[in-house]
Design a protein around this ligand. Sequence first.
Ligand code: ADP
Ligand code: MG
Length: 281
Amino acid sequence: MDNIIEIKNVTYEYTDADQTYKAVENVSFSIERGSFTVILGHNGSGKSTLAKMLNGLFKPTSGDVLVDSINTKAEETEIEVKRKVGMVFQNPDNQLVASIVEEDVAFGPENLGLEPCLIRQRVDEALKSVGMYEFKDSTPHHLSGGQKQRIAIAGIIAMEPECIILDEPTAMLDPVGRKEIIETLHKLNKEKNITVVLITHYMEEAENADRVMVMNDGVIIDDNTPREIFKNVSQLKAVGLSVPQTTELLYALKQNGFNVSTDVLSEEETAKAIALCLEEK
Ligand code: ADP
Ligand code: MG
């Protein structure tokens, strides 16, 4: 298997006034190049700590993180690791640095020391890939949250990473903005073959992922396709997570005596399952 990230027996400890706290404990997994992975987990389960280790921002207390076979502990290759794995955070306002959209997206490539004509090419392409090219001369603070977050993503894409990690990128957005981001990520994954690791607590955002990992108390408690993950409603609820509203609806119908399938993922599948159940009546 061709893995862009491999993490092996990774533990991360925070130390506060002589007390240590293991936020991530002995976690191992690999991320396949070109895949779309979602990490779910309630607040405080260790997702952000784990995310920051995946591009070398945090070094594990013990264990190893390999990015394209490079150990993130090696200081001389730190920049290379950060170029391969870009990070997008929750608040778009904290990530935008310039007063014009295209200048903002150019910030990363400029720091890489690229030629001006190459920077322009990268900026244009990145803005097109997130559907924001026509806003290149705009002022970021006039844009919606979803648009601003797409600019932040373009800024990362312009550095041509192999993988992007997004730590709850939709948490501050309205439903329209959330949808824009998820669709943009799937497009980047399919069209540019960028590996995506999306951290979220919105269950619906995991529906089209290749793989879902569920995190609780610093460990990965489940790792499967979204369809299999969402079948396990009681496990998700036990770790403080909800299930997609569509799944919730079908379980409620079933509990009320309707012979309806609960093996569904999307709104379309839910509609079909209900229609089938009504036909049988
Ligand atoms: P999540 O992103 O899933 O909400 P975090 O990785 O932010 O989880 O935090 C995991 C655990 O580590 C939490 O219990 C949190 O309180 C603790 N933690 C996070 N940052 C620090 C810190 N700087 N010092 C001490 N404990 C921390
Ligand atoms: Mg977090």
